[in-house]
Design a protein around this ligand. Structure first.
Ligand SMILES: C[S@@+](CC[C@H](N)C(=O)[O-])C[C@H]1O[C@@H](n2cnc3c(N)ncnc32)[C@H](O)[C@@H]1O
Length: 446
């Protein structure tokens, strides 16, 4: 069968899969600040069903941006660099973030995406839109599928995002752009045109009647409606927004999309959220957001980024598989009368941590002895984030304090003064994205 004939079958098979999908179960792992937004760990198809059935969000999302795997046939990883006073020199550990390999090739890949396009369409508001971020590997097939699902007339733009980074080849022109397909849910879609500089020929003034001209260090220019080719740098090695997550996209790119297609207060979602770039940009721009990723490392990266940087709060949701955590914590908590008041002073110290098993550590066999050595001699080096709820009610974990490793050191002791203490909850996320939670009941002690 030719691939063109197969496309029709891919769409029909995906429609059947979409129609028979059941909602996944998602549980609140942490409530950060007001818990108004959602960061989810799990498969996005099950999560989208959950949003429709449990959160009644059908027809409510104003913008969906997705940056799925590109059918690049590659594995993506990150490097963990740890240092310890107790271990001489720890070699960098390469860990797996996600893979973009498809046993049944392009058909399997397109089926995966097509099922999700149906779900996204259900979630979008009438004025809403979908942005699909791809590159040359699959964009031309995906365009045909999206024309079928969203309607050719609702195709609005193909944005070419061009950048300088990445490799080159002697055999073809350097591939220096990604393709972003922009579809509206309906002709009522919201759009706010943006303006950009257009430099005059020879950078000299034209002095046309009625045309406003400006000058900067490059030369004279006018302001025109933004074109569909965008030159934006990739996230550089030293950039403040760099999380270290493979394939992280620049916030500037997402800001432009949000500026054009949403208003303050609108709800935006990214169902292949990675390190949480859409969430971070949406939060800064006062949009509400939802971000989901299937990878624990992605969600850990996004959580660390958002817990520190986001103005608004969110619920960290986890699927059934990750509900019980994947590590073991040893924590010591002591209360004593405070020196300065008639209250109690609580001191909490995280003493040690280890993943449940080495199966939870997504690294190649050759790195396992290094990880074992760290667990044995300085296990706290594996902790990337920890948080504490001084008044855990046994139901909702709402951290009062959180600590993120941004450099080599992170404190493992904290104190709090209060008239009484009941239960405290402590959450740890390790450098591999494993979560562990423990509760200490202080009532017996008082
Ligand atoms: C290209 S990356 C996204 C990068 C992101 N835009 C950023 O700026 O960090 C694609 C992501 O899709 C995730 N992913 C792949 N299949 C998924 C699925 N079925 N459900 C949720 N996430 C998925 C991968 O784990 C990966 O993090």
């Amino acid at each position: 069968m030719s691939f063109i004939a197969k496309l029709a079958k891919i769409i029909e098979d995906s429609r059947i899969e979409y129609q028979s999908l059941q909602s996944g179960s998602f549980f609140v792992s942490e409530k950060v600040r007001d818990g108004a937004n959602l960061l989810a760990h799990g498969d996005n198809a099950l999560f989208m069903k959950y949003l429709m059935e449990k959160q009644q969000l059908s027809g409510k999302i104003n913008l969906v941006y997705i940056d799925p795997p590109f059918f690049s046939k590659a594995n993506y990883g990150t490097e963990v660099k740890l240092s310890s006073e107790k271990i001489k020199k720890i070699p960098a550990i390469k860990q797996k973030a996600y893979h973009d390999l498809w046993e049944d090739g392009m058909e399997e890949y397109l089926r995966m995406l097509t099922v999700r396009f149906f779900l996204i369409k259900d979630l979008l508001a009438e004025e809403g839109c979908l942005w699909v971020h791809l590159d040359w590997h699959s964009v031309h097939y995906v365009k045909v599928i999206l024309d079928e699902i969203f309607g050719e007339k609702n195709f609005i733009n193909e944005i070419i995002w061009t950048y300088k980074s990445g490799g080159v080849s002697k055999n073809y022109f350097a591939r220096k752009h990604d393709n972003l397909l922009f579809y509206a849910k309906s002709p009522k879609y919201y759009f706010q045109a943006q303006q950009e500089k257009s430099y005059n020929r020879d950078f000299k003034p034209y002095r046309f009647k009625g045309v406003k001209e400006y000058k900067d260090e490059t030369g004279w220019y006018t302001m025109v409606n933004m074109k569909d080719v965008w030159q934006i740098n990739m996230v550089g090695r030293t950039s403040a927004e760099r999380t270290g997550y493979a394939t992280q996209k620049p916030e500037q790119l997402i800001e432009r999309i949000l500026e054009s297609c949403t208003k303050e207060g609108d709800l935006c979602a990214d169902f292949f959220g990675g390190s949480g770039t859409l969430a971070a940009a949406a939060d800064k721009m006062k949009r509400r957001w939802i971000s989901c990723d299937i990878g624990k490392l992605a969600v850990a990266n996004a959580h660390k980024r958002l817990v520190q940087g986001s103005r608004n709060g969110y619920l960290l949701l986890v699927d059934e598989k990750s509900r019980n955590g994947q590590g073991v914590l040893q924590v010591e908590a002591k209360t004593e009368p405070s020196d300065i008041s008639d209250k109690l002073e609580l001191t909490v110290e995280v003493k040690s941590y280890k993943p449940d098993s080495l199966a939870e550590v997504p690294v190649d066999e050759k790195y396992i002895p290094i990880v074992r050595n760290i667990i044995k001699n300085d296990s706290l080096q594996l902790v990337d984030y920890w948080s504490i709820d001084f008044d855990y009610d046994g139901i909702e974990y709402i951290p009062d304090l959180f600590f993120c490793k941004n450099g080599p050191a992170i404190p493992f002791t904290c104190r709090r003064t209060a008239a009484e203490f009941h239960k405290i909850g402590i959450m740890v996320i390790d450098v591999f994205g494993n979560r562990s939670f423990t509760v200490i009941d202080l009532e017996g002690e008082l």
